[in-house]
Design a protein around this ligand. Structure first.
Ligand code: NAD
Length: 484
């Protein structure tokens, strides 16, 4: 495959970065080099923000329906490029092709949802708040917003935010993850074809310097961040210091409780994809599997058998269930956690350390791995591993399962499998995580519901997409009027 050096997209033009610092992008399945990404400079961030600031006045005065029409066109253009975007995503990240398609579908759903702007940006008004005095609230855009996404959903995550910011009249800057910059570049080629006015949507590639350039730029009104918890905390703090709006989504350690009365056969497919989808690199991955009750052996045996039947291979092949992880470095990190689990006394019942895929000796493969008899204080039950590693913590009661979910610090998502409505009510009412699956695995809210967790998994108040996101990108200006 030819190696291309990726460009920034500033003020409607593809611009080569002046930076001499370059990152190598490889295909996760083969290890082959496929692109170079510039680690752009803070100056290039400022150029993009200046372009976005210049475009703001004309864009905010464009009627909301006219703004929405760009997104109707964008939706059609995304549909035309659907396979191309999905394949790029799978090549650089390694998630199975059908899963990549699911991600691109979720991205497009945000474009669809944002076109409800003429309802969602409406303010409100009431007459006679006092005799002869009326009051109205108008939702106004604020200026330039920016997104800093993680590597594991390179297509979708920026689109939890961008469409809502732009359709409400703001202008935008995306800094894709430097680990997987090709997908968003492909997406920006589509944006370029659709022909948004220059400067409305911009992209600058890079790493920490670009992030700090965003945080330091006084013209950026707000930041949407998604990534690991330490970075999420840093972004949240810096935005507080510099007076920017912020929504900062962090890491996770999600538990999946399986009650003795669960319908195992019907539950098995989502139990498998929850833990092994995207090779465990989802903020909504199951991480701790919690069989509840005294007779867990039967369930665990069935689960292990089904996991063993998964097909690991080239994620571009339609029949492959799980591909590699994102990089050699990340593979080492996951393998390190497996060693730690063994060291701390967990029982390794399925070992994915020496996963060989024929024809792909240099791919970043880690096989499905399962530990039994994990205790809540072990590192593998506390840290986010972000790989295809299941930690089974056996508990006797539902209360213990709830306690386990509530003691992880992270509180992104949780799931329960049962036929008992009372158990479901108790679980959903008492667990801290704020995305809950019932007999469905760790499920992702669709674009018209909010996405985000609690505790160490989320810093801020307004989450990704949903109805509330229209508030994040607008200021309610209140008008109190009296006429003599
Ligand atoms: P990361 O925190 O390493 O990077 C995320 C972004 O922050 C990247 O764009 C990166 O360039 C930037 N960044 C990294 N370190 C930085 C630093 N020190 N200073 C400034 N910027 C920095 O996260 P990742 O490894 O790319 O993504 C995986 C993480 O994202 C996991 O923890 C996962 O749970 C989390 N995630 C959370 C959600 C959610 O909805 N809560 C969704 C997807 C991923």
């Amino acid at each position: 495959m030819a190696v291309t050096k990726l460009k920034n997209y500033i003020d409607g033009e593809w611009v080569e970065s002046e930076s001499t610092e370059i990152g190598n992008i490889t295909c996760s399945a083969t290890g082959e080099m496929i692109a170079e990404v510039p680690y752009s400079t803070a100056k290039e961030v400022d150029q993009a923000v200046n372009a976005a600031q210049e475009a703001f006045e004309a864009w905010r005065t464009t009627p909301p329906l006219a703004r929405a029409r760009y997104f109707f066109r964008l939706k059609d253009a995304f549909e035309e490029n659907f396979e191309d975007i999905s394949k790029t995503l799978t090549t650089e990240l390694g998630k199975a092709i059908d899963e990549a398609r699911g991600e691109v579908r979720r991205m497009i759903e945000n474009v669809e949802h944002c076109t409800g702007v003429t309802t969602m940006q409406c303010g409100y008004t009431i007459e006679d708040i006092a005799r002869g005095i009326d009051c109205a609230g108008h939702r106004q855009p604020l200026g330039v917003f920016a997104c800093i996404p993680p590597y594991n959903f390179p297509a979708m995550v920026p689109w939890w935010f961008l469409p809502y910011a732009v359709v409400t009249g703001n202008t935008y800057l995306v800094k894709p993850s430097e680990q997987v910059p090709m997908t968003q570049t492909k997406i920006f080629e589509v944006i370029d074809d659709v022909g948004f006015p220059n400067g409305v949507i911009n992209m600058v590639h890079g790493s920490k310097d670009v992030v700090n350039g965003i945080l330091d730029n006084p013209n950026i009104q707000g930041v949407s961040f998604v990534g690991s918890t330490p970075t999420a905390k840093y972004i949240y703090k810096r935005c507080g210091e510099t007076g920017k709006r912020v929504q900062s989504l962090g890491g996770a350690k999600n538990i999946v409780a399986v009650m003795p009365d669960a319908n195992l056969e019907a539950s098995m497919p989502s139990l498998i994809t929850s833990f092994f989808g995207c090779a465990g690199q989802r903020c909504l991955s199951g991480s701790i599997l919690v069989p509840v009750g005294d007779n867990a052996d039967d369930f665990i045996n069935k689960y292990v058998e089904r996991v063993k039947a998964m097909k690991i291979g080239d994620p571009l092949n339609e029949d492959v269930d799980m591909g590699p992880v994102v990089s050699e470095e990340h593979k080492k990190k996951v393998l390190g956690y497996i060693e730690k689990g063994i060291e701390e006394g967990a029982e390794l019942i399925l070992d994915g350390r020496n996963c060989q895929v024929e024809g792909y000796p240099d791919g970043y493969y880690v096989g499905p791995t399962i530990f039994d008899h994990v205790t809540p204080d072990m590192t593998i039950a506390k840290d986010e591993i972000f790989g295809p590693v299941v930690s089974i913590v056996r508990v006797k009661t539902l209360d213990e399962a709830i306690e386990l979910a509530n003691s992880r610090g992270f509180a992104n998502a949780a799931c329960i499998y049962t036929q008992d409505g009372g158990a479901v009510r108790k679980f959903k009412y008492n667990v801290k995580p704020s995305m809950i699956g019932i007999n469905i695995g760790i499920a992702a809210p669709m674009s018209f519901f909010p996405f985000g967790g609690a505790g160490e998994s989320f810093f801020g108040d307004i989450k990704g997409h949903g109805q509330e996101i229209f508030q994040f990108f607008t200021d309610t200006k209140v008008l109190i009027e009296r006429w003599f």
